[in-house]
Write a protein that binds this ligand. Sequence first.
Ligand SMILES: C=C1C[C@]23C[C@@]1(O)CC[C@H]2[C@@]12CC[C@H](O)[C@@](C)(C(=O)O1)[C@H]2[C@@H]3C(=O)O
Ligand code: AKG
Ligand code: FE2
Length: 357
Amino acid sequence: MVVPSSISSSPSPNERVIRAEIPIIDLSKKRSQVRELIVKASEEYGFFKVINHGVAKQTIEKIEREGFDFFAKSASEKHKAGPPNPLGYGIKNIGFSGDKGEVEYLILHTNPQSISQRSKSISKDPSKFRVCGSCAVNEYVHAVRNLACEILDLMAEGLWAHDKTVFSRLIRDVDSDSLIRLNHYPSFNDTNLDDWDPSLPYHHHHHHMKRKSRIGFGEHSDPQILTLLRSNDVEGLQISLENGMWVSVPPDSSAFCVNIGDVLQAMTNGRFISARHRVMANSAKARMSMMYFGAPPLHAWIAPLQELITRENPPLYRAFTWCEYKKATYSLRLGDGRLDLFRVHDHHHHEHTIVAA
Ligand SMILES: C=C1C[C@]23C[C@@]1(O)CC[C@H]2[C@@]12CC[C@H](O)[C@@](C)(C(=O)O1)[C@H]2[C@@H]3C(=O)O
Ligand SMILES: O=C(O)CCC(=O)C(=O)O
Ligand SMILES: [Fe+2]
Protein backbone atom coordinates (compact mmCIF):
# COMPACT_ATOMS: atom_id res chain seq x y z
CA MET A 1 0.00 0.00 0.00
CA VAL A 2 1.22 3.47 -0.85
CA VAL A 3 0.91 6.00 1.95
CA PRO A 4 1.62 9.52 0.67
CA SER A 5 3.30 11.70 3.21
CA SER A 6 5.07 15.02 3.13
CA ILE A 7 6.39 15.06 6.66
CA SER A 8 8.08 11.68 6.93
CA SER A 9 11.44 13.06 5.88
CA SER A 10 11.56 15.98 8.32
CA PRO A 11 14.82 15.86 10.26
CA SER A 12 14.48 15.61 14.01
CA PRO A 13 15.27 19.01 15.57
CA ASN A 14 18.20 17.83 17.66
CA GLU A 15 19.93 15.55 15.20
CA ARG A 16 23.59 16.32 14.74
CA VAL A 17 25.09 17.80 11.62
CA ILE A 18 28.85 18.12 11.58
CA ARG A 19 31.49 19.49 9.21
CA ALA A 20 33.83 16.51 8.97
CA GLU A 21 36.59 16.20 6.42
CA ILE A 22 35.30 14.71 3.22
CA PRO A 23 38.06 13.18 1.10
CA ILE A 24 39.16 15.44 -1.78
CA ILE A 25 41.07 13.49 -4.40
CA ASP A 26 43.33 15.23 -6.92
CA LEU A 27 43.07 13.22 -10.13
CA SER A 28 46.26 14.78 -11.52
CA LYS A 29 48.40 12.98 -8.92
CA LYS A 30 50.19 9.65 -9.45
CA ARG A 31 47.81 6.92 -10.65
CA SER A 32 48.93 4.33 -8.08
CA GLN A 33 48.26 6.83 -5.29
CA VAL A 34 44.96 8.04 -6.69
CA ARG A 35 43.48 4.54 -6.99
CA GLU A 36 44.34 3.75 -3.38
CA LEU A 37 42.73 6.95 -2.12
CA ILE A 38 39.63 6.25 -4.20
CA VAL A 39 39.27 2.71 -2.84
CA LYS A 40 39.75 3.93 0.74
CA ALA A 41 37.14 6.70 0.39
CA SER A 42 34.68 4.31 -1.31
CA GLU A 43 35.03 1.84 1.57
CA GLU A 44 34.82 4.40 4.36
CA TYR A 45 32.27 6.89 3.05
CA GLY A 46 31.01 5.76 -0.34
CA PHE A 47 31.52 9.41 -1.16
CA PHE A 48 34.39 11.75 -2.13
CA LYS A 49 35.18 14.84 -4.16
CA VAL A 50 37.44 14.96 -7.19
CA ILE A 51 39.44 17.97 -8.39
CA ASN A 52 41.53 18.42 -11.55
CA HIS A 53 38.97 16.16 -13.17
CA GLY A 54 39.50 17.40 -16.73
CA VAL A 55 35.89 18.38 -17.51
CA ALA A 56 36.16 21.73 -19.31
CA LYS A 57 34.75 24.78 -17.54
CA GLN A 58 32.88 25.78 -20.70
CA THR A 59 31.15 22.41 -20.96
CA ILE A 60 29.85 22.90 -17.42
CA GLU A 61 28.89 26.55 -17.92
CA LYS A 62 26.88 25.79 -21.07
CA ILE A 63 24.62 23.19 -19.49
CA GLU A 64 24.35 25.25 -16.31
CA ARG A 65 23.10 28.24 -18.32
CA GLU A 66 20.55 26.05 -20.15
CA GLY A 67 19.43 24.70 -16.77
CA PHE A 68 18.95 28.13 -15.17
CA ASP A 69 17.12 29.37 -18.29
CA PHE A 70 14.81 26.39 -18.15
CA PHE A 71 13.92 26.77 -14.45
CA ALA A 72 13.37 30.53 -14.94
CA LYS A 73 10.48 29.82 -17.34
CA SER A 74 6.84 30.10 -16.31
CA ALA A 75 5.23 27.14 -14.57
CA SER A 76 2.99 26.43 -17.56
CA GLU A 77 5.99 26.33 -19.90
CA LYS A 78 7.87 23.96 -17.62
CA HIS A 79 4.89 21.67 -17.19
CA LYS A 80 4.97 21.06 -20.95
CA ALA A 81 8.04 18.89 -20.23
CA GLY A 82 6.14 16.95 -17.54
CA PRO A 83 4.83 15.09 -15.67
CA PRO A 84 7.88 12.90 -15.07
CA ASN A 85 7.22 9.36 -16.31
CA PRO A 86 9.93 9.11 -14.75
CA LEU A 87 11.78 11.23 -17.37
CA GLY A 88 10.81 14.90 -17.76
CA TYR A 89 9.97 17.88 -15.57
CA GLY A 90 8.65 17.46 -12.04
CA ILE A 91 8.03 19.69 -9.06
CA LYS A 92 7.78 18.76 -5.36
CA ASN A 93 6.72 15.16 -6.08
CA ILE A 94 9.61 12.71 -6.25
CA GLY A 95 8.94 9.29 -7.80
CA PHE A 96 5.54 7.58 -7.68
CA SER A 97 5.25 6.64 -4.01
CA GLY A 98 4.32 9.93 -2.35
CA ASP A 99 7.77 11.37 -1.61
CA LYS A 100 7.97 15.15 -1.62
CA GLY A 101 10.66 17.82 -1.38
CA GLU A 102 11.31 21.51 -1.93
CA VAL A 103 12.69 20.92 -5.40
CA GLU A 104 11.87 21.07 -9.07
CA TYR A 105 13.80 18.97 -11.55
CA LEU A 106 14.36 17.71 -15.04
CA ILE A 107 15.37 14.09 -15.68
CA LEU A 108 16.77 13.11 -19.08
CA HIS A 109 18.05 9.85 -20.50
CA THR A 110 21.66 10.15 -21.72
CA ASN A 111 21.12 8.68 -25.14
CA PRO A 112 21.20 11.46 -27.76
CA GLN A 113 17.88 10.52 -29.45
CA SER A 114 16.05 10.74 -26.15
CA ILE A 115 17.61 14.15 -25.39
CA SER A 116 16.62 15.65 -28.74
CA GLN A 117 13.07 14.20 -28.37
CA ARG A 118 12.72 15.83 -24.95
CA SER A 119 14.23 19.15 -25.95
CA LYS A 120 11.26 19.79 -28.24
CA SER A 121 9.13 20.36 -25.16
CA ILE A 122 11.65 22.15 -22.96
CA SER A 123 12.12 25.47 -24.68
CA LYS A 124 9.96 28.47 -25.61
CA ASP A 125 11.62 28.42 -28.98
CA PRO A 126 11.81 24.66 -29.60
CA SER A 127 14.28 24.96 -32.46
CA LYS A 128 16.63 26.92 -30.17
CA PHE A 129 16.69 24.36 -27.38
CA ARG A 130 17.04 21.60 -29.95
CA VAL A 131 20.22 23.20 -31.19
CA CYS A 132 21.70 24.71 -27.99
CA GLY A 133 20.00 22.69 -25.27
CA SER A 134 20.54 19.24 -26.61
CA CYS A 135 24.10 19.86 -27.75
CA ALA A 136 24.97 21.36 -24.34
CA VAL A 137 23.53 18.22 -22.72
CA ASN A 138 25.27 15.86 -25.16
CA GLU A 139 28.62 17.57 -24.67
CA TYR A 140 28.21 17.39 -20.89
CA VAL A 141 27.14 13.73 -21.00
CA HIS A 142 30.17 12.86 -23.11
CA ALA A 143 32.54 14.59 -20.65
CA VAL A 144 31.05 13.22 -17.41
CA ARG A 145 30.73 9.71 -18.83
CA ASN A 146 34.45 9.74 -19.61
CA LEU A 147 35.22 10.98 -16.10
CA ALA A 148 32.97 8.31 -14.57
CA CYS A 149 34.69 5.60 -16.65
CA GLU A 150 38.11 6.85 -15.59
CA ILE A 151 37.10 6.69 -11.91
CA LEU A 152 35.54 3.23 -12.35
CA ASP A 153 38.75 1.94 -14.00
CA LEU A 154 40.80 3.32 -11.09
CA MET A 155 38.44 1.51 -8.71
CA ALA A 156 38.78 -1.79 -10.59
CA GLU A 157 42.58 -1.43 -10.54
CA GLY A 158 42.58 -0.53 -6.86
CA LEU A 159 40.48 -3.63 -6.11
CA TRP A 160 42.86 -5.81 -8.22
CA ALA A 161 40.03 -6.94 -10.47
CA HIS A 162 41.19 -9.15 -13.39
CA ASP A 163 39.17 -7.12 -15.86
CA LYS A 164 39.99 -3.44 -15.42
CA THR A 165 36.90 -2.40 -17.38
CA VAL A 166 34.45 -4.60 -15.49
CA PHE A 167 32.57 -1.52 -14.15
CA SER A 168 33.16 1.09 -16.85
CA ARG A 169 32.01 -1.07 -19.77
CA LEU A 170 28.50 -1.17 -18.25
CA ILE A 171 28.12 2.59 -18.64
CA ARG A 172 30.05 2.76 -21.96
CA ASP A 173 27.55 0.32 -23.48
CA VAL A 174 25.32 2.03 -26.08
CA ASP A 175 22.32 0.57 -24.26
CA SER A 176 23.37 1.94 -20.87
CA ASP A 177 20.38 3.24 -18.90
CA SER A 178 22.29 6.28 -17.52
CA LEU A 179 20.44 9.50 -16.65
CA ILE A 180 21.09 13.21 -16.29
CA ARG A 181 19.16 15.05 -13.63
CA LEU A 182 19.01 18.79 -12.93
CA ASN A 183 17.62 19.76 -9.53
CA HIS A 184 16.62 23.33 -8.71
CA TYR A 185 16.05 24.22 -5.06
CA PRO A 186 14.24 27.52 -4.50
CA SER A 187 15.88 30.18 -2.37
CA PHE A 188 14.61 30.42 1.15
CA ASN A 189 13.05 33.63 2.32
CA ASP A 190 10.35 34.39 4.85
CA THR A 191 7.75 35.17 2.21
CA ASN A 192 7.82 31.87 0.38
CA LEU A 193 7.11 29.86 3.51
CA ASP A 194 4.05 28.22 1.97
CA ASP A 195 3.80 25.67 4.76
CA TRP A 196 3.82 28.45 7.36
CA ASP A 197 0.63 28.31 9.42
CA PRO A 198 -0.62 31.90 9.86
CA SER A 199 -3.03 30.87 12.63
CA LEU A 200 -0.09 30.10 14.91
CA PRO A 201 1.22 33.01 16.96
CA TYR A 202 4.57 34.30 15.79
CA HIS A 203 7.20 32.49 17.73
CA HIS A 204 10.83 33.06 17.03
CA HIS A 205 11.91 29.57 18.06
CA HIS A 206 9.36 27.88 15.83
CA HIS A 207 10.29 30.17 12.99
CA HIS A 208 13.97 29.49 13.49
CA MET A 209 13.41 25.73 13.39
CA LYS A 210 11.51 25.94 10.13
CA ARG A 211 14.38 27.94 8.65
CA LYS A 212 16.85 25.18 9.32
CA SER A 213 14.80 22.15 8.46
CA ARG A 214 13.42 22.52 4.97
CA ILE A 215 14.09 19.27 3.13
CA GLY A 216 14.94 19.72 -0.55
CA PHE A 217 15.54 16.04 -1.36
CA GLY A 218 15.01 13.39 1.33
CA GLU A 219 17.51 10.81 2.57
CA HIS A 220 18.30 8.00 0.12
CA SER A 221 21.02 6.08 -1.66
CA ASP A 222 21.35 6.21 -5.45
CA PRO A 223 20.40 2.91 -7.10
CA GLN A 224 22.86 3.04 -10.05
CA ILE A 225 26.60 2.28 -10.29
CA LEU A 226 28.11 5.71 -9.71
CA THR A 227 26.80 9.28 -9.49
CA LEU A 228 28.78 12.37 -10.48
CA LEU A 229 27.24 15.43 -8.86
CA ARG A 230 28.10 19.09 -9.09
CA SER A 231 26.26 22.23 -8.03
CA ASN A 232 26.57 25.97 -8.02
CA ASP A 233 28.24 27.47 -4.94
CA VAL A 234 25.24 26.96 -2.63
CA GLU A 235 25.28 24.57 0.31
CA GLY A 236 22.64 21.96 1.11
CA LEU A 237 24.09 18.52 0.35
CA GLN A 238 24.69 16.26 3.36
CA ILE A 239 25.89 12.70 3.64
CA SER A 240 25.04 10.24 6.36
CA LEU A 241 27.72 8.43 8.34
CA GLU A 242 27.24 4.93 9.72
CA ASN A 243 27.00 6.35 13.28
CA GLY A 244 23.89 8.32 12.30
CA MET A 245 25.58 11.72 12.03
CA TRP A 246 25.09 13.98 9.02
CA VAL A 247 28.03 15.68 7.35
CA SER A 248 27.52 18.90 5.39
CA VAL A 249 29.39 18.86 2.11
CA PRO A 250 30.88 22.32 1.50
CA PRO A 251 29.80 23.53 -1.95
CA ASP A 252 32.49 23.77 -4.62
CA SER A 253 31.32 24.48 -8.16
CA SER A 254 34.65 23.42 -9.64
CA ALA A 255 34.68 19.93 -8.09
CA PHE A 256 32.62 16.81 -8.75
CA CYS A 257 31.17 14.78 -5.92
CA VAL A 258 31.36 11.04 -6.52
CA ASN A 259 28.72 8.88 -4.93
CA ILE A 260 28.79 5.05 -4.89
CA GLY A 261 25.43 3.59 -5.96
CA ASP A 262 23.68 0.39 -4.85
CA VAL A 263 24.83 -1.58 -7.92
CA LEU A 264 28.50 -0.91 -7.13
CA GLN A 265 27.93 -1.93 -3.51
CA ALA A 266 26.54 -5.24 -4.81
CA MET A 267 29.35 -5.75 -7.38
CA THR A 268 32.03 -5.11 -4.73
CA ASN A 269 30.21 -7.53 -2.41
CA GLY A 270 29.67 -4.77 0.14
CA ARG A 271 33.27 -3.49 0.19
CA PHE A 272 32.16 -0.14 -1.23
CA ILE A 273 29.12 1.43 0.41
CA SER A 274 26.39 3.31 -1.36
CA ALA A 275 26.32 6.53 0.64
CA ARG A 276 23.01 7.80 1.99
CA HIS A 277 22.61 11.50 1.34
CA ARG A 278 20.00 14.28 1.33
CA VAL A 279 19.68 17.95 0.43
CA MET A 280 18.46 20.73 2.73
CA ALA A 281 16.91 23.78 1.06
CA ASN A 282 17.50 26.59 3.55
CA SER A 283 19.81 28.87 1.62
CA ALA A 284 19.01 32.47 0.68
CA LYS A 285 20.31 31.62 -2.80
CA ALA A 286 18.72 29.11 -5.17
CA ARG A 287 20.74 25.91 -5.56
CA MET A 288 21.07 24.06 -8.84
CA SER A 289 22.73 20.67 -9.01
CA MET A 290 23.41 18.37 -11.94
CA MET A 291 23.74 14.65 -11.52
CA TYR A 292 24.98 12.02 -13.94
CA PHE A 293 23.73 8.60 -12.82
CA GLY A 294 25.87 5.93 -14.51
CA ALA A 295 23.71 2.83 -14.96
CA PRO A 296 24.02 -0.57 -16.70
CA PRO A 297 21.91 -1.62 -19.71
CA LEU A 298 18.49 -2.91 -18.60
CA HIS A 299 19.34 -6.57 -19.27
CA ALA A 300 22.85 -6.57 -17.79
CA TRP A 301 23.43 -9.04 -14.95
CA ILE A 302 24.79 -7.64 -11.70
CA ALA A 303 26.61 -9.92 -9.26
CA PRO A 304 29.50 -9.67 -6.77
CA LEU A 305 32.91 -9.93 -8.52
CA GLN A 306 34.49 -13.39 -8.23
CA GLU A 307 37.76 -11.78 -7.04
CA LEU A 308 36.00 -10.37 -4.00
CA ILE A 309 34.46 -13.67 -2.90
CA THR A 310 36.37 -15.84 -0.46
CA ARG A 311 35.52 -18.34 2.27
CA GLU A 312 35.51 -15.46 4.76
CA ASN A 313 33.57 -13.23 2.38
CA PRO A 314 30.78 -15.30 0.82
CA PRO A 315 28.50 -13.52 -1.67
CA LEU A 316 26.23 -11.05 0.14
CA TYR A 317 23.90 -10.48 -2.82
CA ARG A 318 22.27 -12.74 -5.40
CA ALA A 319 22.63 -11.97 -9.11
CA PHE A 320 19.98 -9.66 -10.57
CA THR A 321 19.41 -7.65 -13.72
CA TRP A 322 19.37 -3.85 -13.65
CA CYS A 323 15.83 -4.06 -14.99
CA GLU A 324 14.76 -6.08 -11.97
CA TYR A 325 16.55 -3.70 -9.61
CA LYS A 326 15.00 -0.65 -11.23
CA LYS A 327 11.52 -2.14 -10.90
CA ALA A 328 12.10 -2.68 -7.19
CA THR A 329 13.43 0.89 -6.86
CA TYR A 330 10.37 2.49 -8.40
CA SER A 331 7.97 0.39 -6.35
CA LEU A 332 9.57 1.61 -3.11
CA ARG A 333 9.90 4.87 -1.20
CA LEU A 334 12.87 7.17 -1.71
CA GLY A 335 14.50 6.29 1.64
CA ASP A 336 13.91 2.53 1.51
CA GLY A 337 16.89 0.15 1.60
CA ARG A 338 16.22 -1.68 -1.69
CA LEU A 339 19.49 -3.61 -1.72
CA ASP A 340 18.25 -5.60 1.29
CA LEU A 341 15.75 -7.33 -1.01
CA PHE A 342 18.67 -8.87 -2.91
CA ARG A 343 20.71 -10.06 0.08
CA VAL A 344 21.60 -13.72 0.26
CA HIS A 345 20.52 -15.41 3.44
CA ASP A 346 23.03 -17.56 5.19
CA HIS A 347 21.41 -21.00 4.70
CA HIS A 348 24.03 -22.87 6.65
CA HIS A 349 23.64 -20.62 9.65
CA HIS A 350 19.85 -20.78 9.34
CA GLU A 351 19.73 -24.62 9.30
CA HIS A 352 22.05 -24.70 12.23
CA THR A 353 19.75 -22.44 14.22
CA ILE A 354 16.74 -24.64 13.46
CA VAL A 355 18.58 -27.80 14.51
CA ALA A 356 19.80 -26.13 17.67
CA ALA A 357 16.26 -24.97 18.51
C1 LIG B 1 10.90 7.86 -4.91
C2 LIG B 1 11.65 7.55 -5.93
C3 LIG B 1 12.30 8.56 -6.86
C4 LIG B 1 13.41 7.75 -7.49
C5 LIG B 1 12.68 6.44 -7.70
C6 LIG B 1 12.08 6.18 -6.32
O1 LIG B 1 11.02 5.26 -6.30
C7 LIG B 1 13.22 5.70 -5.39
C8 LIG B 1 14.60 6.19 -5.87
C9 LIG B 1 14.59 7.60 -6.46
C10 LIG B 1 15.87 7.91 -7.23
C11 LIG B 1 16.99 8.49 -6.38
C12 LIG B 1 18.22 8.72 -7.25
C13 LIG B 1 17.88 9.40 -8.59
O2 LIG B 1 17.61 10.77 -8.37
C14 LIG B 1 16.64 8.72 -9.25
C15 LIG B 1 16.42 9.27 -10.68
C16 LIG B 1 16.80 7.25 -9.22
O3 LIG B 1 17.22 6.52 -10.08
O4 LIG B 1 16.34 6.76 -8.01
C17 LIG B 1 15.46 8.88 -8.32
C18 LIG B 1 14.08 8.33 -8.76
C19 LIG B 1 13.26 9.42 -9.46
O5 LIG B 1 13.23 10.56 -9.00
O6 LIG B 1 12.64 9.10 -10.49
O1 AKG C 1 20.53 17.80 -5.73
C1 AKG C 1 21.48 17.22 -5.18
O2 AKG C 1 22.51 17.80 -4.83
C2 AKG C 1 21.39 15.74 -4.89
C3 AKG C 1 20.10 15.14 -5.38
C4 AKG C 1 20.11 13.67 -5.32
O3 AKG C 1 20.66 13.09 -4.42
C5 AKG C 1 19.46 12.91 -6.40
O4 AKG C 1 18.84 13.53 -7.29
O5 AKG C 1 19.56 11.68 -6.37
FE1 FE2 D 1 20.91 11.01 -4.85
